[in-house]
Design a protein around this ligand. Structure first.
Ligand code: SAM
Length: 221
């Protein structure tokens, strides 16, 4: 199905535009793109960390907009682990929003078919991130934390995943710059980034890049 022109989509009232079941159908069939949750600047920070990555985790996939860009940017055959329990999560999404596994999987499958034999290897984990981390063992080049946006949830993701990132690898936080001039974000991720990296509570990690709502930190040792 062809993508509906943005002009036409803008005519839909918010009630229709945000309806999870309608969105799932339209996104799954490819009639509308996954909802974009990030700016160009956000994506430059994220994609700048993964251009040579061989194994990446994304925590919080939603409709797949950022996963789509990762699928298009990661080197051929790199592993991309996508973690999301799907459904409604008040600490992760505005009230009434929620993504559907079926629709997001279809979006990602289309992105993989664009790259043919050069496609990345996607691994799905339909679960909360902490239980996935609790059975994890492989080294990672990058982790994108964009799931639970409460302070406790974001800190938990940081604590669960940081130990798997190899020296020189990155953790990227979205919605983490509400306290910076010109920056945007939410209180939870902003507090986690501020405490750990601006106030020096995470020795061995330094801020490598940041813009708009996104902060990338690099493991130096
Ligand atoms: C802001 S959206 C992710 C947006 C996506 N990264 C993008 O840019 O298109 C947050 C997602 O996190 C998921 N989520 C909430 N808590 C989570 C957790 N503990 N672990 C993994 N995913 C979680 C929600 O289901 C939701 O789909």
């Amino acid at each position: 199905m062809a993508i509906l022109p943005p002009r036409l989509r803008r005519l839909a009232p918010d009630r229709l535009r945000d309806d999870p079941r309608l969105r799932a159908l339209a996104v799954g069939l490819g009639a509308i793109p996954p909802r974009r949750m990030h700016s160009e600047q956000d994506m430059q920070v994220l994609l700048g960390c993964v251009s040579e990555a061989q194994r990446v985790v994304e925590v919080g996939v939603y409709e797949g907009a950022s996963a789509l860009l990762l699928c298009r940017t990661l080197p051929a055959h790199a592993e991309l682990h996508l973690i999301d329990p799907f459904g409604a999560h008040p600490d992760a999404l505005p009230a009434g929003w929620g993504a559907t596994e079926w629709a997001t999987r279809r979006t990602i499958a289309r992105a993989l078919s664009e790259r043919g034999s050069q496609a990345v290897q996607v691994h799905w984990h339909v679960a909360l991130s902490a239980p996935v981390a609790s059975t994890w063992s492989q080294p990672l080049d990058a982790v994108f934390i964009d799931g639970d946006h409460s302070e406790a949830g974001c800190e938990l993701d940081w604590c669960c995943w940081r130990g798997f990132v190899r020296p020189g690898g990155h953790v990227v936080f979205h919605d983490a710059r509400a306290d910076q001039p010109g920056g945007r974000g939410l209180p939870g991720p902003t507090a986690v980034v501020s405490r750990n990296f601006r106030q020096g509570k995470a020795p061995g990690w330094v801020i490598a890049a940041e813009a708009d709502r996104t902060v990338a930190v690099c493991r130096s040792t």
